[in-house]
Design a protein around this ligand. Structure first.
Ligand SMILES: Cc1cc2nc3c(=O)[nH]c(=O)nc-3n(C[C@H](O)[C@H](O)[C@H](O)COP(=O)(O)O)c2cc1C
Length: 205
């Protein structure tokens, strides 16, 4: 059976230092993982992006491509933003898709792709009034926002444990949304960048 494709989208938040752990856990759960980093997160892997490309078997993208460039990744069966930074949460909620990472999920959520997000930020960041509004706006678009016991609750400032980020919770939620049997051979994925014009995936690895 063809493997389901998961776009794992990581922002510049603590657990992204260990995003290879998330990739491995997702692969162990049966996903073909395509990793997308925000431009800020990509800086954290400067000089080591090749390790992630070797691990996933795909280009690791962080920039919109140029109109003249072809599609680099297979179609997504699901998209998981983890860790979701406070900044990307608020930009996404406000509809500001100035990174490929946010562009993919902004469109994906409104094109029928299952989109999940698990945040990682501290309580001081989470106390900003924009945060509640952004979460509500994402949920209104059908995004599965993973907070509470089944997700991640903001930690007290300076007390984050990035290495202990519960990737497994996010992956369990993704598996619940896209059961293994859902992608039978021949079942089309959703074509973000799969040859359709005008989608946000069309502007540069
Ligand atoms: C070392 C370091 C760690 C950071 N950790 C976090 C974090 O855990 N959560 C968060 O929301 N922001 C964190 N930030 C701030 C974000 O990196 C910053 O808001 C950035 O603009 C996010 O960009 P992005 O969402 O496009 O990746 C951190 C910044 C630095 C320099």
């Amino acid at each position: 059976m063809t493997k389901r494709v998961l776009y794992l989208i990581a922002c510049a938040a603590g657990p992204t230092e260990y995003v290879d752990t998330g990739v491995r856990e997702a692969q162990a759960a049966g996903w073909d993982v395509c990793l997308i980093l925000t431009p800020s997160a990509a800086r954290w892997w400067d000089g080591r992006r090749g390790e992630l490309e070797e691990l996933t078997g795909h280009l690791v993208r962080s920039q919109y491509k140029l109109p003249s460039q072809g599609d680099a990744l297979p179609k997504a069966d699901a998209m998981l933003v983890a860790p979701l930074s406070c900044t990307s949460l608020n930009k996404w909620g406000a509809g500001i898709a100035d990174t490929l990472a946010i562009g993919l999920v902004s469109e994906g959520a409104n094109m029928g792709v299952p989109v999940l997000a698990m945040p990682y930020f501290n309580r001081a960041q989470g106390a900003q009034p924009a945060v509640k509004r952004s979460i509500a706006d994402l949920r209104a678009q059908g995004v599965v926002y993973l907070d509470g016991p089944a997700g991640y609750e903001p930690h007290p400032p300076k007390q984050g444990q990035a290495q202990a980020f519960p990737w497994g919770r996010a992956l369990a939620a993704a598996a619940a949304v896209v059961p293994r049997a859902a992608t039978a051979p021949g079942t089309p994925g959703v074509a973000l960048g799969g040859g359709r014009s005008g989608t946000s995936d069309l502007r540069s690895p």
